[in-house]
Design a protein around this ligand. Sequence first.
Ligand SMILES: Cc1ncc(COP(=O)(O)O)c(C=O)c1O
Length: 478
Amino acid sequence: MGHSSETTSPRPVGRNVPELPIVLDRAAAASLTSQLAGQLRETMRAGVLSVGERLPSTRALARQLSVSRTVVTEAFQQLYAEGWLEGRHGSGTRVADLPDYAHAAPAPRSPRRRPLSAERPAPLGASAGEMVDLRPGAPWVKGYDEVAWRRAWRLAGEVAPTDRPDPYGMPRLREALAAHLRRTRAVPAAMGDVMVTSGTGNGLDLVAATLLRPGDRVGVEEPGYRTARHIFAARGAEIVPCPVDADGVIVEELPDDLVLLYTTPAHQYPVGGRLPISRRERLLAWARRTGAIVIEDDYDAEFRYDVTPLPALYGLDPAGVVLLGTLSKSLAPDVGVGWVLAAPELLDGLAATRKRLADKTPGPVQAAVAVLLERGDLARHLRRMRLEYARRRAVIVDILGDRVRGDTAGLHVLVELPAAAVRPLVAAAWERGVMLDSTERHHHGPLRVHGLVLGYGSATVNEVRKGCEVVAKLLADR
Ligand SMILES: Cc1ncc(COP(=O)(O)O)c(C=O)c1O
């Protein structure tokens, strides 16, 4: 990085903190935050800052570099998310004990080998330290019944391995899933309608690989589930953002030339709306008129509070809707089991795709899940988790009041904010030990919905309370 009259001038930072060899260039194309994150990464990689060593406070570093504290906070946040830093800022941010590869010099980049995604996954072993994590996505995995879990695996061990995995899944599990869905989602499902998958992502990819041709236009809710966008785009689709309001996708704004529409009617991700019956009917009428297939992602539909469940869209039109479900929210993402319900010809197409791509869900996992379903263990787990999540959600509503939207179902809520307030609030909360997510990354195009997406799946009731109190205080101080 070249020095210029526009570089920031280092100033002493105090006695007990390392003075870091960092020079920021205000004239450079890269933002000050990404320059700072990059240089901090290099100091850690080079061992100038070693494992366990404490970093200067954001205030001290901002003063040293003559930049705003937000620049430093956002750089720390980034490195925290990548796993380079740990501990809670304020009581001390330290260099994390990273796996060896993170400390090694970066491998030379070959353009032919560059990954398609610019996002870097957090290194394994990254620790959340003392931070309260209110980002959405993860369920409460610690609530499982250990006895039932071990029994399921013991009984799965009695099932002999097979030399020809069934692309539709293990019949016994398909039967158990159909019964589960009839009970919990009022879906008229028989075993023949169900295919076992490795989760929603796998189901989406199979549908995309089976139905899409390059350039096909696929509608995805806006804001919406970005993994769905990534999967369709990876299969050559043109992504068409389809706006949602507080109730869900706006049917009148859907174009007529979509091949598929991805939607989350039970609990819109991330705004939280529950698609009303009248809109469901209009949506299905639109699909019948245009010939589009509706993909219904039922990811967290088992969890609802104070409202009667609305039956899945699929039940209203099994020929025009593909229903995707998963155990990722109701049990744990690493179980890796989900399901697809679709019309018979499409299910056959998906099975053919599976064979073509050598894709499968491991048999022993399917057998263990079948046991959990057959013995009622999953139903009991869901009842317990519903109560557990209801307590956390009540805490959020209690503290944040009528700012909260989308709280009738699922494991996250939306707190709408003025656009300019979002980033500073996320940064200030992080300073106080609370990790928040905003609506930003859920958009494909320009931001339409501004606010926080608060996830309460993986935090304890006390953590949820603490996190929400921090948010409430920051909102009050605005
Ligand atoms: C909208 C949505 N759908 C589905 C899933 C689960 O996907 P998978 O079953 O691939 O783990 C998630 C997980 O975060 C999600 O947010």
